[in-house]
Structures are given as C-alpha cells and as structure tokens.
Ligand binder design. Structure first.
Ligand code: CAA
Length: 379
C-alpha cells in the first residue's frame, strides 16, 4: 500500500482539521448538551465539498478518492462525531448509492443538490422490528400502477428531521422475501409523511435521530431506484461503503481521545513525575497507539479496494468491526487516564466515550460484521 499521500489528499486532511478546530470545536459541548444540530457547520462542510466528497463533479461532488474521505472524516470526528455521522450518511449511504444506482433523471434532480451539500439526505432501512434482520421489512410499497403506496414506520433515522430527501427501503412483494424489496427516493413534505419524535440519545447528540411514519404516501414510479425488487441488494451494496464511513468516524473518535489522553499524561503530575512516566499509564497509551494505527490501516485497505472497484463487503466490515472496538476501548481508557477530570464534560473524553458506543451498533452491529466476515472467509 502506498502511504505517500498526494498533495490533494494532504490538503483535504488539513482543511478538515482546520475546520474542525475552528468551526466545530467551539460549540461542541453545548451542542451535545442541548442536542443541537450543527446547522451552520454542516452548511460550510457542503461548501467545502465534504458532503459529496467522492461524487463526480458533474453531479455536484468533489471528485475525490476514498482515502481522502477517510482522512477528512477522521479529522471531523476527532472533534465532533455528530458532524462525522451526518457527513458519513450523506456521503456514503445517500450520495454514493444514488451515483451508483439512480437513473440520470434522479441524479440530476436529487444527487446534485445532495452532493453540493445544499440539502442533506437520510437512509431509511431500520424499523421497530427490523434492525439487524434487514430482510424482514414491514414497511410496504404497494404497486398501484403510476405510483407506489408507502405505509410503515422507520426507526433511528440519522438526519431524520433535517434531511430533505430520504431513501426508503420497503417491501413490495412480501412473498418474494428480500427479492421483493424496493428502494425509493421520498421527499420531505409529501402528504402522509410524518417525522416522529427526536430520540434522546447517549451519544452523537448533535445529530438528529428520528422515527418516520408513512401513511398512504404516493411515491411516483420514477422514484424507485433500479429494477423492480432491487432494493435489498441496493441497501447491502450501499451499506458496504457506509461501513468505511462509520469505521472512519470511529477512528476519529479513538484518535481524538488518544491525542487528548497523551497530552494530559505528559502534563499531569502524580507521585513526583508526569503520569506518562508511570508504566500503568504508558502501557495504556501504547496499546491505544497500536490499535488506532491498525484501525487506520483497515480503513485505508477498504478505501483502496473500493476505489479499485473490488467487492468491499469483507474489508468494509473488518474496518468497521475493528475501528469501532478500538473507539470504545480507547475512549474508556482515555477517561481512566484523565481520572476525575475525564468524567466531566470540559475535558471532552467522556463525550467521545458516549459517542463511541453507537459505532458498534449502527450500519450493522459488530455481530452483523462478524456474520459478513465469517461468510466471506467460509466461501
Ligand atoms: N453485500 C452485497 N450483497 C449482500 C451482502 C453484502 N454485504 N449481504 C447480503 N447480500 C446479498 C446476498 O448475496 C443475497 O443475495 P442473493 O439472494 O442474490 O443470494 C441477499 O443479499 C440476501 O442475503 P442473505 O441471504 O445473506 O440475507 P440474511 O438475511 O441472511 O442476512 C445480513 C443479511 C448480512 C445479516 C443483512 O441483513 C445485514 O447486513 N443486516 C444489517 C443491516 C444494517 O446494517 N442495518 C443498519 C441500518 S442503516 C443505519 O444504521 C443508517 C444510519 O442512519 C447510520
């Protein structure tokens, strides 16, 4: 693997780092407290090309590679993991899915503003009774000729209230199982589409997560993505790429906590010396450093394979599984190294610890990643 990053890759990494320091850091604790969406910041991220990073410029994107995406998402998530997931969902689940599978007309209408960051999107697969078991979709899309009639409820939808366009997965032919599922583009404001209550979450509190209700929503036929019955394959393909995004978010959470813990350990004195000179602390930091480096390598591997057009179901799952575990372990130890200071908000590591947990749950739990990986190696 070539680690001689190009000038463009280093530039976007630096731009994301500067943006995170200058624009995201100042209000991050307040947004976490108040569950406030970083509206202005997300708008600026769109202007910087961060919301459609890998999309062809002819569709409003920045035309960058996946390594640049990993680098930028790590920098954003180091400071504000809520901004990280907003960025990841828009880039990986929404824009990438549309660029790869939508019709030209759909791309012009929906992808262009989404990739430009003028509006944001949401990906609606999970349901009250279908999270990990994604083939058990209860939301139905009945074929009525000119349109589909959408009925059902989606749960835990990132960007649930702030999105303008929603990719909704629904069952059209229940008797066909996953082969009867379709994916649709649904617009906010359509009759019968209601945004439910905001979830009060443990972490990533700056991102807005909602349930969505659809009652007899008329979805024009031209808003179906791909062939009839392609919806489950669409969702799986999109999630493979999404897992690189969440892995990079987890990587950022871990490296953010590690950098803070390292700095603290070099400054804080106990028993007559900086605590980094105590092996109990130094060994924790050594473990963090190794694990974060390994997680970063797995993210790069999946990113490179994606750009080479390879099947990334295994590498995306490995990156997410390992990076999310690293995020959880690293943040817990970062709080421990900070002692009492780690338990209060102004030191940031307690927030990172709360933010880390979701990376082991959404876009496929760690257990789902192990299903994907074990099936892949068993082939
Ligand atoms: N890539 C491509 N295709 C895949 C795939 C993958 N990773 N996984 C499955 N498929 C294909 C299979 O090849 C199969 O195709 P065929 O019918 O042609 O053979 C089809 O999909 C059905 O697959 P399975 O028979 O393996 O289905 P399953 O029910 O046994 O299990 C699963 C599939 C992998 C467990 C899947 O249900 C899954 O990934 N679940 C997790 C869902 C998930 O990640 N949810 C996250 C919600 S989104 C979110 O969190 C967004 C947010 O806002 C942050």
């Amino acid at each position: 693997m070539d680690f001689n990053f190009s000038e463009e890759q280093l530039m976007i990494q630096q731009a994301a780092r500067d943006f995170a320091q200058n624009e995201l850091l100042p209000g991050v604790i307040e947004r976490d407290n108040l569950q406030k969406f970083p509206k202005e910041q997300v708008k600026k991220m769109g202007e910087m090309g961060l919301m459609g990073m890998m999309i062809d410029p002819k569709y409003g994107g920045a035309g960058m590679d996946s390594i640049s995406y990993v680098l930028a998402l790590e920098e954003i998530s180091k400071i504000d993991a809520s901004a990280g997931v907003i960025m990841s969902v828009n880039n990986s689940l929404v824009c990438a899915g549309l660029e790869r599978f939508a019709s030209e007309k759909q791309k012009q209408k929906y992808l262009v503003p989404l990739a430009q960051g003028k509006v944001i999107g949401a990906f609606c697969l999970s349901e009250p009774e279908a999270g990990s078991d994604a083939t058990s979709q209860r939301t139905t899309a009945e074929d009525k000729g000119e349109y589909y009639l959408l009925n059902g409820t989606k749960n835990w939808i990132t960007n649930g209230a702030t999105a303008t366009y929603y990719i909704v997965i629904a069952q059209t032919y229940p008797e066909k199982g996953h082969k009867g599922i379709n994916a649709f583009i649904v617009e906010k404001g359509w009759e019968g589409f209601v945004i439910g209550n905001k979830e009060d979450k443990l972490g990533i509190r700056g991102s807005d997560t909602h349930s969505l209700m659809f009652t007899d929503v008329k979805v024009p036929k031209e808003n179906r993505i791909g062939e009839d019955g392609f919806g489950f394959k669409f969702a799986m393909a999109v999630l493979n790429g999404g897992r690189i995004g969440i892995a990079s978010q987890a990587l950022g959470i871990a490296s953010g906590a590690y950098e803070r813990a390292l700095k603290y350990a070099k400054e804080r004195k106990a028993f007559g010396t900086e605590i980094i000179n105590h092996q109990a602390i130094a060994f924790k930091l050594a473990d963090m450093h190794v694990n974060i480096t390994a997680a970063r390598m797995l993210c790069f591997k999946a990113a490179v394979e994606k750009d080479l057009g390879k099947d990334i179901s295994e590498s995306g799952a490995m990156a997410k599984l390992y990076a999310s575990k690293t995020a959880m372990e690293t943040t817990v130890e970062a709080v421990q190294i900070h002692g009492g200071y780690g338990y209060v908000k102004e030191y940031h590591v307690e927030r990172l610890m709360r933010d880390a947990k979701i990376t082991q749950i959404y876009e496929g739990t760690s257990e789902i990643q192990k299903i994907v990986i074990s099936r892949s190696i068993a082939q």
